[in-house]
Ligand binder design. Structure first.
Ligand SMILES: Cc1ncc(COP(=O)(O)O)c(C=O)c1O
Length: 388
């Protein structure tokens, strides 16, 4: 390994949400933060160099994305997700969530149905309900430790929907959708005239040498997909607020582009643009090592939960650095589970209810941190269980 992911970084006092908001969110700040989805690792050297170069330039006026930006994005989505796009498909956004919220506002009218697959990332729910659209849910079904789509229910919900927000891979349940599952979802959406917003922000974080496929890379689904891509998770760049949206259909692209322009969201920031180019062009080796390290964390947690914390069940994530942990064996209400974690084990996880009612009894654990923190977290958890 050329990169040292074991090194502990002191993030406190840097204005970092994961650490500095602990007191505000959990009521105390002596917790190991294993919640909000960013990583406790410094960025790839190639990204740091690009940012240093940009900083040394010293002028941060209005931006224009040059050819190198488009080349980097197009090569990446082809190489990583099999998506053969062209430059004219690309729109820029300050994040994936702003793009999804805009897409909901542009492609649906108040009251119309937007489908999600719960439990799922909370802002998906809010993007729908905050804009007066009707939230439709097709809950994922847990079968033998793996979440699956109930296609009958999915199709039933699609009949009332205008839009489907796909989380691919899925946060929090960690599913890497198979080609077959993507094809089935894509065909059903086509059949029922439902546009797909595909959030692929976790698509670089896939284990066991597998790769995520973009739904827009299959059949003719690109015509019916708005695809959101970002280096924010895999290269730890969330604070640089940069994402891209790929839209093949020209009419839909124009509508979304007009909305992005209306709110003046196209500019991007100088650092975000250069970091994205460096991530997608020069940081492959770092990403591979990161994945190997995260895989080690994943294995550590799976083994430890199975052997030392049999009251809990961890579902093996096929993608993402998020573990979805089943606490239902404790037979405690959600508030009591959270209280145990925060006030006894001194750990900050994300309560499952954040992701929808189906998340009751679950907690999400972010394992993108030096392994020593996970050792400490497990020790605290075991001690808390012994005490109660
Ligand atoms: C599925 C998913 N989409 C979007 C986001 C946020 O993306 P952005 O910060 O680019 O808005 C996250 C962050 O955790 C996420 O998990």
């Amino acid at each position: 390994m050329n990169h040292n992911f074991d090194r502990l970084s002191d993030r406190r006092g840097s204005g970092c949400f994961k650490y500095d908001a602990l007191k505000m969110i959990y009521g105390r700040d002596d917790l190991i933060p294993l919640w909000v989805a960013d990583m406790d690792f410094p960025v790839a050297p190639a990204i740091r160099e690009a940012l240093q170069k940009r900083l040394d330039h010293g002028i941060f006026g209005y931006n224009l994305r040059l050819d190198g930006f488009y080349e980097a994005v197009l090569n990446w989505v082809d190489k990583q997700y099999g998506l053969k796009a062209t430059r004219d498909w690309i729109l820029s956004s300050p994040g994936v969530m702003p793009a999804i919220s805009l897409a909901v506002s542009v492609f649906t009218k108040p009251g119309e149905g937007v489908l999600i697959q719960t439990p799922v990332y909370r802002p998906f729910h809010n993007a729908v309900t905050d804009q007066g659209r009707t939230l439709l849910s097709s809950p994922l079904v847990l079968r033998d430790g793996r979440y699956e789509i109930d296609f009958e229910d999915f199709e039933r919900q699609l009949r009332q929907a205008r839009l489907f927000i796909l989380c691919s891979p899925h946060n929090p349940v960690g599913r890497l959708w198979s080609e077959e599952e993507l094809r089935r979802m894509g065909r059903l959406c086509q059949r029922h005239g439902v546009l797909v917003i595909s959030d692929e922000i976790h698509a670089d974080l896939v284990y066991e040498g597998k790769k995520a496929i973009s739904i827009a890379a299959l059949e003719d689904f690109a015509d019916n997909t708005v695809c959101c891509v970002s280096p924010a998770k895999s290269f730890n760049l969330a604070g640089l607020a940069s994402a891209v949206v790929l839209v093949k259909d020209a009419a839909r692209r124009e509508l979304l582009s007009a909305a992005i322009s209306r709110y003046h969201l196209y500019m991007g920031n100088s650092f975000g643009i250069d970091a994205m180019i460096a991530a997608y062009r020069d940081a492959d080796d770092w990403l591979l090592e990161l994945l190997a390290y995260l895989d080690g964390n994943r294995k550590f947690l799976l083994e430890t939960f199975a052997e030392e914390l049999p009251q809990l069940k961890m579902h093996k994530p096929e993608a993402t650095y998020l573990a979805w942990i089943d606490f239902r064996g404790l037979d405690l209400p959600d508030a009591a589970i959270s209280d145990l974690l925060v006030n006894k084990a001194r750990l900050a996880l994300d309560p499952g209810l954040k992701f929808g009612d189906e998340g009751s009894g679950f907690q999400r654990l972010n394992f993108a941190c030096p392994r020593s923190l996970l050792h400490e977290a497990v020790a605290r958890l075991k001690q808390a269980f012994n005490e109660v």
